[in-house]
Design a protein around this ligand. Structure first.
Ligand code: SF4
Length: 346
């Protein structure tokens, strides 16, 4: 076990387990939003923040999901005020994942005013047909509108999530999406290949023979992505992640790389709060219950909602860090789909 002085954990992940509805490819832990449950979750999350605040001084925060932007203004205010009270503001990098359908100027300004300085927007595609196919709740117009709102609210570090090898996606459609996304001028891109998770509608369609997986096309799309990104000023710093570097001096990773993810990949400590979130503190990997009711029940009893705890011996930890290291660029590996960029498995 490694030593850990007070306030020594510097990364925080917060999972918001609610979505407007389930996307066709998604096997991550999230559920349809319901007013009462959402409010109960917010109270539990604040309680969980109180339980860990004593040894937390966040330099990076990542609020992922699910759909964190689904929280309304009042719910966000509750969380942000609690973080202020607990002296948890001031992170150098603080990301909130947003669905384009749930971005508003009020919410964006509120987040920015408390120190959120990075937004990760789940665009996935700019083709209406493919957005439908994926079961996304937003349309392409909403992506452009929400991006403008984020800029207006003062966000100068925005990531766009894109997906490739979507059933029905031709190379032409992928190129068009890449071109339009690059014109938007975000500072970061995360691009994932669709994977087929059991118990998802997309997997059922594949099993039913409604489409075939075209490995060659997927490889060609990834190659296209690498070329597009390089030609448009992005530096690849991980298999799925591309960022801009504005400083004159060269650096090991581009200056708009996601520091929170880099901490995961390098095996750093982090607290993971909220249902299904994993954490790694003092050599122990923990995982919270992937069930919002169970999570709230436990927290309301005044204890963390930890389902499993595993102490990683230095050798196992080295193996785990190496597994995270697989995220690093390798010539024959394409990135597979996640909802977002936090590096977690949802
Ligand atoms: S892919 Fe993301 S937005 Fe869609 S259901 Fe899953 S967690 Fe929610």
């Amino acid at each position: 076990m490694t030593g850990c002085s007070a306030k020594s954990v510097t990364s925080l992940y917060v999972h918001v387990p609610f979505c407007a509805h389930k996307c066709a490819y998604c096997a991550f832990y999230s559920e349809a939003a319901q007013g009462d449950r959402l409010n109960r979750y917010i109270a539990a999350l604040i309680r969980e923040l109180e339980l860990v605040a004593g040894e937390l001084r966040p330099r990076t925060v990542f609020c992922g999901g699910g759909t964190p932007s689904l929280l309304n203004l009042r719910q966000w205010e509750q969380v942000l005020k609690a973080m202020e009270r607990l002296d948890l503001l001031g992170a150098a990098e603080w990301t909130v994942e947003c669905n384009p359908a749930t971005v508003s100027l009020d919410k964006a300004r509120l987040l920015r005013s408390y120190g959120v300085n990075r937004i990760s927007m789940g665009v996935q595609s700019l083709d209406e047909g493919l957005l439908d196919r994926l079961g996304r709740v937003h349309d392409r117009a909403r992506v452009f509108k929400s991006f403008d709102i984020l800029r207006k609210a003062g966000f100068d570090n925005v990531n766009l999530d894109l997906m490739f090898a979507i059933p029905g996606q031709t190379m032409g459609i992928w190129r068009a999406t890449l071109t339009e996304a690059l014109v938007l001028g975000s500072e970061h891109l995360s691009c994932y290949e669709v994977i087929y998770e059991e118990d998802t509608p997309l997997f059922a369609q594949l099993q039913a023979g409604q489409f075939d997986v075209d490995e060659e096309l997927a490889c060609a799309m990834y190659d296209e992505l690498l070329e597009f990104a390089a030609n448009h000023g992005f530096q690849q710093y991980e298999v799925a992640n591309f960022a801009r570097h504005f400083a004159d001096a060269p650096a090991e990773v581009p200056d708009h790389a996601c520091r929170h993810n880099i901490n995961y990949w390098r095996g750093g400590s982090f607290y993971g709060l909220g249902p299904s979130a994993t954490g790694y503190v003092r050599g122990v990997r923990t995982k919270n219950w992937s069930n919002t009711i169970l999570y709230c029940d436990q927290i309301e009893k005044g204890q963390r909602a930890i389902e499993s705890r595993e102490e990683l011996a230095p050798l196992a930890r080295a193996g785990e860090t190496a597994a995270f290291g697989l995220h690093s660029i390798s010539s024959n590996k394409r990135p597979v789909s996640t909802c977002a960029t936090s590096g977690r498995t949802k």
